[in-house]
Design a protein around this ligand. Structure first.
Ligand SMILES: Nc1ncnc2c1ncn2[C@@H]1O[C@H](COP(=O)(O)OP(=O)(O)O)[C@@H](O)[C@H]1O
Ligand SMILES: O=C(CO)[C@@H](O)[C@@H](O)COP(=O)(O)O
Length: 573
């Protein structure tokens, strides 16, 4: 145990921990005081390669539709830049740091060699798309997910219900099966298939560990077992050894110490060698500690690029369409539920960036606002339903409750008078309706949702928060930190360092929630009931069999692109 934590497990007043959040576009580091969670300094680093969707860095060959890759060096760069910058900004001395914790988007997963080297860093594999890390929102493995679901249903695999009845194309098995099918050599060269959440911990402390959360939610590990070799062989005989050869490893509980910082990682970060490193974790899940929602029935929505809904419960139930359920997946000992929406801020950004006339951009620039802020300001005063629009929030597919990434966005009710801010508002409302559908699914399955807290970047937009309060007809608690995920990682680091006895205690001491809530307006809430009915009708029509048009359009698009030469070469679809 380090000097800054004394023998009674009481942190010394100046002890600090570092949390690092690896998001979709950037990594953020924050320095947090162990005693009370005060944020002393932070820094962000935008990934140089961002999300790789068009072509690999060193080649111009087009990638297949729905491909989303990342570059592992971008992650290391966060450790080399954001961590020392955050420490500098905090004014803390490296000797005051008692631990470091990390969280990652998930399922962001990569093939590596036995020593943890990403396959895309091997010169002869760098030009192969399937050697690169697949970002959580790589949705090109939908055919494999469909196959896994059909076979699991046919064989009556009991684990399927733990995933709401459908495995997502985002999860580990669908992505690995896609690699095997499309680039068997890259598959064979991968000694390990590992979540980036665990890989970054390997980079920090030099040893492979696997956390219960990514194994449970994204790796189909339930009741102490992975899918059987027979199941995998029935999918594809070459896949039979996937678990044994590339995945299996003892699992670590959240908040445990994974190891100590290696000399190499100490040089990158400017932190002391041997510093306790917490077990890897998922960005959404780690944030329950920041939000003080580790108690049962407290739903936390991390709203950013996408939304993840996480909640502990003492009720074990099978919620149709939930993303997953894992014992200890949020906090050791509790049933942790996860649901989610694959597109939220991403949908708003798609509209704000590409569908707003130049005059709006000009006004935003002149007034020093973002286009989001301008659209939100213009949209906020209007009466509910005044735009005559309803949208479906499936521009990045549906992760709950339909679990189908071949679905796409829908907007109905447009006229020649429809204005951009009205469409923006309809898109915001659609995502709120999506969350209401998810909460409804939990409650219908007998899993109570006692309260609702929002964290993530969307906390910055009061218009979005008010729409959610009105649509859900619930007060919304808000996480009081811009870096809510990174603070969650810092809290787990404090537990791993022995500075707090467990995650609940650390969350009580270090968590950050605003005192005021965003409250629903009763008249607006009542008016939203009508729009929600229309949303539900469209949701079931397009998503539950009334019309196959969205799936047909996706199939036509894929076939057309394949014929045009995009997605026909090896390693792409
Ligand atoms: N003022 C805003 N209102 C609504 N959405 C926004 C606003 N500013 C940024 N966004 C969107 O929020 C998302 C970023 O959320 P954030 O939580 O910061 O990052 P991440 O999800 O990568 O962790 C992006 O999709 C961005 O387009
Ligand atoms: O799916 C999960 C967690 O299970 C998220 O990591 C994923 O939605 C990405 O989150 P962000 O929107 O980048 O914060």
């Amino acid at each position: 145990m380090r000097e800054n934590v004394n023998a009674n497990n009481k942190p010394s007043p100046d002890a600090v921990v570092i949390g690092v959040d690896f998001g979709t576009l950037s990594g953020r580091a924050v320095v947090v005081r162990v005693a009370d969670g005060a944020e002393l300094g932070s820094a962000a680093h935008t990934y140089r390669h961002g999300v790789i969707t068009e072509h690999l860095p060193a080649s111009s060959g087009p990638l297949a539709p729905e491909t989303a890759l990342q570059c592992p060096e971008d992650y290391r760069e966060v450790l080399r830049t954001a961590v020392p910058e955050a420490l500098r900004a905090s004014g803390a001395d490296p000797g005051q740091v008692v631990g470091i914790g990390t969280d990652f988007t998930s399922c962001t997963v990569l093939p590596v060699t036995a020593d943890g080297t990403p396959l895309c860093e091997l010169p002869d594999l760098a030009g192969r798309p399937h050697a690169w890390p697949k970002l959580w929102r790589h949705h090109a493995a939908q055919p494999e997910a469909d196959e896994i679901n059909a076979l699991a249903e046919k064989r009556g695999e009991t684990w399927l219900a733990r995933y709401g009845g459908r495995i997502s194309s985002e999860w580990q098995f669908a992505k690995a099966l896609q690699v095997l099918r499309e680039d068997p050599e890259a598959y064979a060269r991968a000694d390990r298939w590992i979540e980036a959440a665990d890989w970054i911990v390997w980079e920090l402390c030099g040893r492979e560990t696997r956390n219960v959360a990514t194994a449970g939610y994204k790796g189909i590990h339930q009741d102490g077992a992975w899918p059987s070799a027979e199941f995998l062989a029935a999918l594809d005989p070459r896949f039979a050894g996937f678990v044994r050869d590339k995945l299996a490893h003892p699992l670590s509980q959240l908040g445990e110490r994974a190891g100590g910082l290696t000399a190499r990682a100490a040089a990158w970060t400017g932190l002391p060698e041997g510093l306790p490193v917490a077990v890897g974790n998922i960005d959404a899940h780690v944030t329950a500690a920041t939000a003080r929602t580790t108690g049962n029935g407290r739903m936390l929505a991390i709203m950013g690029t996408s939304t993840c809904h996480v909640m502990n419960s003492d009720v074990l139930a099978e919620v149709p369409g939930m993303c997953g359920l894992a014992l200890g997946g949020i906090t050791p000992g509790a049933w942790g539920y996860e649901a989610g929406q694959s597109g939220v801020g991403d949908i708003f950004a798609w509209f704000a960036d590409s569908h707003v006339p130049p005059a709006y951009h000009e006004e935003a620039r002149e007034r020093g606002l973002s286009v989001h802020d301008l659209l939100s300001e213009r949209a906020s005063g209007a009466p509910v339903g005044g735009h005559g629009l309803v949208a479906l929030d499936w521009h990045s597919g549906n992760r709950s409750v339909l679990v189908d990434h071949d679905l796409s966005g829908v907007l109905v009710g447009m006229t020649l008078a429809t204005r951009p801010e009205e469409v923006y508002r309809a898109l915001v409302e659609a995502t709120a309706f999506g969350t209401r559908t998810i909460i409804g699914a939990f409650e219908a399955a007998g899993v109570p949702v006692e309260d609702f807290t929002v964290g993530g970047g969307m906390v910055r937009n009061p218009f979005v928060l008010q729409v959610y309060a009105d649509v859900l007809d619930r007060p919304i608690r808000l996480v009081a930190s811009e870096y809510s995920c990174a603070v969650g990682s810092a809290i787990h680091a404090a537990v791993a360092a022995g500075a707090h006895p467990d995650i609940h205690a650390a969350s009580a001491a270090m968590g950050r929630v605003r005192e005021e809530t965003v409250d629903p307006d009763p008249a607006r809430a009542a008016a939203y009931d009508d729009l929600f009915e229309v949303y539900t009708e469209l949701h079931d029509h397009f998503g539950r069999g009334g019309s196959q048009s969205l799936r047909r359009l996706r199939a036509i698009r894929n076939a057309t692109l394949a014929t045009a030469g995009n997605g026909t070469e090896e390693g792409t679809r």
